[in-house]
Write a protein that binds this ligand. Sequence first.
Ligand code: ADP
Length: 232
Amino acid sequence: MSARRPVLEMREVERHYAEGTRRLTILDAASFTLVAGEMVALVAPSGAGKSTLLHLAGLLEMPDGGDVIVGGRACGRLSDDERTAIRRNDIGFVYQFHHLLPEFSALENVMMPQLVRGLAPAEARSRAMQLLDYMKIGHRAEHRPAELSGGEQQRVAIARAVANGPMLLLADEPTGNLDPVTAGYVFDALEALVRQSGLSALIATHNHDLAARMDRRVTLDKGKVVPLERGA
Ligand code: ADP
């Protein structure tokens, strides 16, 4: 565990929302570090700020204070284009709902981010197929999302999230919409992928069994990221 490279660092991050005349503080000097190869569960009640934290970590939102450092690059002062490039190349997202493009096949959905990045179609197709096979869904590659089960859709969404070989995977309740057995299988595949590829992952979940399988568990308390105590 000694001195592994930090992949994500959140330094004293602030996030506030205006609610009428009141100021709602979601993150209050929140600091958090995720090192290479680490898989961390973010477990907190609804409304605590999990999605906000993930959006900030994923450079989808700007903090009101502090900074987010991805792969050693402080992102606060980067241009929109530079942030977009980091998001596209270095960060993968998985949401509770798959957000696949309905008019495209599973395979095309996983090819898409690679094509946007400029990869040749043949290369993108070959990598997409490999990932779908790895997620045990290669036999459904030509199907559209509506023809897939919830668990299959999430497998495709996970394959798409890692299509460009990111260093950081952010997932917001990735199995929250699945029954417990399917959730377990999808998480097995996700975990195998993360472990095999050396990715770092921050995964918000309500599922304590899945959280228990990760390297560490953190929660949000008064706007700060703190270790989740056993049994909490
Ligand atoms: P969680 O993911 O833990 O359920 P969120 O990060 O979605 O929590 O939300 C944290 C709090 O911030 C909630 O009280 C939510 O209503 C509020 N919030 C989130 N986004 C906004 C926004 N754009 N404007 C105002 N309040 C927001």
